[in-house]
Design a protein around this ligand. Structure first.
Ligand SMILES: Cc1cc2nc3c(=O)[nH]c(=O)nc-3n(C[C@H](O)[C@H](O)[C@H](O)COP(=O)(O)O)c2cc1C
Length: 470
């Protein structure tokens, strides 16, 4: 077992008020001495973030901050809701400071939940107003708490030759539970997590999932001694906790990966997944039809695509499995056969190509035809401008087609874009009795997938970004 029967948590008394540029290791050594203690191998020192921030000059004066429009907007909404919850008002200047520190505003209602540049999800970007002298002075989280912890550990190691660990802690609120607790924000010498997977429990069963957030437990324990208000004990010595000393540690290892986080409603991750997971599905579909309203919902989303002068030139024709669709596919295939013969392709090639195309369209539970409606394109007498207008019509419907594919992906439907209609425009227009101004542009086969498909490679970024060398 990794734990001893007894762990001592000793608050170091007589730590003076810390000022910018103070020497924390020296102050710590002095305090240990005054408390009748000397460092031992395996000791853990937990240091409150506030004194690290003050020592690093990570403070701001609210009177020097000018709130932005965004800060004022958040202030308005936050103040109303905070009042209902009996919480104090946050000044717009403080909200601006939070915005300056946060990588992202995760949510705000009566409280303001942020993601800091370190990746911590916490209220107010970890900005604190307590335990600092001066009404208008706030402390910001240290820029790199791991680095601060390491610096202190190394200096203490040099002075004492002892292998100790340093934890820098702050007090964070938690989702689902009331009450803030001590939480580690920087470490050195100790792994943030204790991986118990593979070890045996009391009854000899192998632990499958147990990972202990040991530095958070230690920070929470230390906080019991530090206190939150005027106790004035910003440094705590923990003795007797048995941990494996490790020189190379970072607090990052306790942060859950965004893609593993069930509760973080992260639009960016979802969007990333959607964009990267969409594939052109060219295999057999599951024998399951799609409800018409699902297809309509996807087309509704597809019409939010950009289009030149908002022309919305796209027209979608949903072709369910019926006689009309069958005969259209047969006619298109006949045209394909003739075209391939004209190209001088071999009989075998033509047979397999025609059969493959035929089956792709035949088997699709839903087939969608996309047409460009030329009616609303600007009319120009000069042929070049007319041609450009036609191109922008095509570009516009292509953007809608992309939205459609993404919307289908979102609904867990598989699809593929086929250009076959371009080669059989007249046949399609005639068979489906389409308006004169419609130009058939693409088919989308849509259905529920049967199998996963391989992801085609993408070019390297440097192959597609053209950089100007000045
Ligand atoms: C304008 C356009 C026309 C396409 N036409 C065909 C087609 O006729 N037959 C086909 O098998 N795939 C067709 N595709 C799908 C591409 O082969 C596919 O997008 C490409 O291989 C990349 O694969 P991914 O979509 O899975 O990323 C077409 C795609 C686009 C954008």
């Amino acid at each position: 077992m990794n734990f001893k029967d007894e762990i001592k948590i000793i608050g170091l008394k007589e730590i003076p008020l810390i000022k910018k540029g103070d020497n924390i290791p020296e102050i710590l050594m002095y305090a240990l001495n005054r408390n009748g203690l000397t460092l031992q191998d395996g000791d853990i020192i937990v240091i409150a973030q506030t004194i690290i921030s003050k020592c690093n000059g990570r403070t701001r004066n609210l009177t020097e901050i000018i709130p932005s429009e965004k800060a004022l907007e958040i202030y308005k909404s936050l103040t109303q809701k905070a009042k209902i919850h009996g919480l104090p008002e946050k000044k717009p200047e403080l909200i601006q400071a939070i915005l300056d520190e946060a990588k992202k505003i995760v949510k705000y209602e009566h409280v303001l939940i942020t993601e800091t540049n370190h990746g911590f999800i916490c209220a107010d970007a970890g900005i604190d107003k307590s335990n600092i002298e001066g009404e208008e002075i706030i402390t910001l989280l240290p820029e790199n708490p791991d680095k601060d912890a390491e610096k202190i550990r190394k200096i203490l190691k040099n002075k004492t030759k002892k292998e100790i660990a340093i934890i820098i802690s702050d007090s964070f609120g938690r989702p689902f539970r009331v009450g803030a607790i001590g939480t580690a924000i920087g470490v050195s010498g100790i792994n943030p997590i204790l991986d118990m997977r593979g070890k045996k429990d009391l009854f000899g069963y192998e632990l499958q999932t147990t990972i202990i957030g040991q530095v958070d437990s230690l920070s929470a324990a230390a906080q019991l001694v530090m206190g939150e208000s005027d106790e004035g004990i910003p440094i705590v010595l923990i003795r007797g906790y048995n941990f494996e000393f490790n020189e190379k540690t970072t607090i990052k290892s306790i942060l859950r990966k965004k893609e593993d986080d069930l509760f973080l409603d992260n639009e960016e991750i979802n969007m990333n997944k959607l964009l990267k997971n969409r594939r052109s599905y060219k295999l057999m579909f599951a024998a399951r039809s799609i409800r018409k309203n699902i297809i309509e919902e996807c087309i509704e989303l597809a019409q939010w695509a950009p289009s030149a002068h908002n022309g919305q030139f796209w027209r979608y024709i949903i072709l369910e499995r019926d006689k009309l669709r069958e005969s259209l596919i047969e006619k298109m295939n006949e045209k394909l056969r003739i075209d391939l013969e004209k190209d001088g392709k071999s009989k075998g090639f033509i047979k397999s190509k025609v059969e493959k195309t035929r089956m792709n369209f035949f088997n699709a539970p839903t087939l969608i035809l996309l047409c460009l409606d030329t009616l609303d394109l600007e009319k120009y007498a000069d042929p070049e401008r007319a041609q450009n207008e036609f191109i922008l019509g095509i570009q516009s419907i292509s953007s809608s087609a992309t939205y459609l594919l993404l919307a289908l992906e979102m609904k867990k439907l598989a699809a593929c874009w086929y250009c076959a209609p371009l080669f059989a425009k007249d046949i399609i227009k005639e068979s489906l009795n389409l308006p004169e101004t419609y130009i058939p542009m693409a088919f989308f086969t849509v259905g529920y997938p049967l199998k996963p498909i391989q992801t085609p490679k993408r070019k390297k970024l440097k192959e597609i970004i053209f950089e100007l060398n000045n």
